[in-house]
Ligand binder design. Structure first.
Ligand code: ARG
Length: 411
């Protein structure tokens, strides 16, 4: 009997060609696995297409809940944003897809998994390293990295074998979407000087055309996890879906990032991530109210490391486990509600409240309710400033303008 391979199947041209190509080159039976992470697609149609182009078996898995609860929300708790801009939608999806590929391979006694990544991107690293961590006995086949086809040659191959070429291949853009965001690459975007044309944006209204009236949303958090929208308790998937629509309507979440790929290439990436933009801002605002100063400072450093780990495909690593444990521990008191104003492309936090708030009106106010003992500041400053004073007296050169005054030469 022929060996089996489980292919992550998107229904697009490359993975459709891959089904046929793997059969030919490796003499293997292909099991096509399509995973619903919230992209609006006809998954039953995709399943049928896989069978039509030659898959021995075709499966669809709805992984939206797992994606949001086990991948996206932990990253939100970590405040993970790569290079200060990218909210990591694709990067967070890859380890989950890899895990489902491995699970399906083991269940079906397949000897390999396959994906449609090229040899130039981050996704190949994320898939391959995840498989190395989870099931190193499995081979990984990456047709688009191996076959060396140009776009035209892929289309030619498809036509030769009666593989339908979707009209969308005419679009010059390469797109990846899931609930946490959409990425757009290629075409005119490869010129970093060119403003992204309006046509690349499908989740967000142009801020210019967004409503002239601001809209306010209230996000409720429990232990750093969003649990309600405008006072209504709901599951993560529904909350993210709703927020994508609301914030997208106000043009929130467009990102233009000249990004450093793991493979050494700088690449211009455009993203739409309305819900992610709002939730990351709201979460951080609630942390500012419920975490101490040192926690906030250290957590910001962890956030950067965490984002790099996710971006670099190291989800199933001990380092990721360790950072996750730290992040979880910081979230114990991150409960409360954040009010965000959406207006003409911007999401601005305008209010926050928490039963665990460290903000004290009585300490902050200058009004009569002031409970801060100002006289205590004198002694505090004497000791706080003591090393500065000591060192300045011994080592610091007298400021030039001050010396002139001392020498009687007034300025
Ligand atoms: N630059 C982003 C990342 O590395 C997006 C990649 C999009 N992937 C794709 N196959 N179109 O996560």
């Amino acid at each position: 009997m022929k060996d089996k391979v489980v292919l992550a199947y998107s229904g697009g041209l490359d993975t459709s060609v891959a089904i046929r190509w793997i059969g030919e080159k490796y003499q293997m039976k292909v099991i096509a696995l399509s995973i619903d992470l919230g992209a609006e697609k006809d998954y039953e149609g995709i399943r049928q297409k896989a069978l039509k182009v030659g898959a021995a078996k075709a499966l669809v898995v709805d992984a939206k809940d797992t994606f949001i609860n086990d991948y996206v929300f932990p990253a939100l708790q970590a405040d993970a944003i790569y290079e200060g801009q990218y909210t990591l939608a694709t990067a967070l999806a890859r380890p989950l897809i890899a895990k489902l590929l491995v699970q399906t391979a083991l269940k079906n006694k397949a000897t390999a998994v396959a994906h449609g990544c090229t040899g130039k991107g981050n996704d190949q690293v994320r898939f391959d390293v995840s498989v190395l961590a989870l099931a190193p006995q499995l081979d990984v086949i990456a047709p688009a990295r191996e076959w060396g086809f140009t776009r035209e040659e892929t289309i030619e191959y498809a036509k030769r074998y009666g593989i339908p070429v979707p009209v969308t291949v005419k679009s010059p853009y390469s797109i990846d979407e899931n609930l946490w965001g959409k990425s757009i690459e290629c075409g005119i975007l490869e010129d970093p000087w060119a403003e992204p044309p309006e046509e690349v944006f499908t989740w967000t209204k142009s801020p210019q055309k967004a409503p002239n009236k601001p809209q306010y949303v209230e996000i409720g958090f429990e232990q750093g996890i969003p649990v309600s929208l405008d006072g209504k308790t709901m599951g993560g998937v529904e909350l993210v879906e709703k927020l994508n629509v609301i914030a997208g309507e106000h043009g929130v979440g467009r990102i233009d990032h000249l990004e450093n790929r793991l493979v050494g290439i700088k690449s211009r990436e455009v993203y739409e991530a309305p819900a992610a933009t709002v939730l990351l801002a709201a979460h951080l605002a609630l942390e500012q109210m419920t975490l101490g100063k040192d926690q906030l400072r250290f957590k910001a450093r962890v956030a950067q490391e965490y984002a790099d780990i996710v971006y670099n495909g190291l989800w199933f690593s001990a380092m990721h486990d360790d950072l996750t444990a730290y992040v979880k521990s910081t979230q114990t008191h991150v409960d409360g509600t954040v009010r965000v104003k959406l207006f003409k492309g911007k999401a601005t936090v305008v209010g926050r409240k928490s039963p665990k708030s460290l903000y004290s009106y009585k300490l902050a106010t200058y009004d009569k309710e002031d409970k801060f003992d100002q006289s205590a500041s004198v002694g505090f400053i004497q000791i706080f400033g003591l090393p500065v004073k000591t060192q300045a007296q011994v080592q610091r050169k007298l400021d030039k303008s001050l010396r002139k005054i001392e020498e009687g030469e007034f300025v």
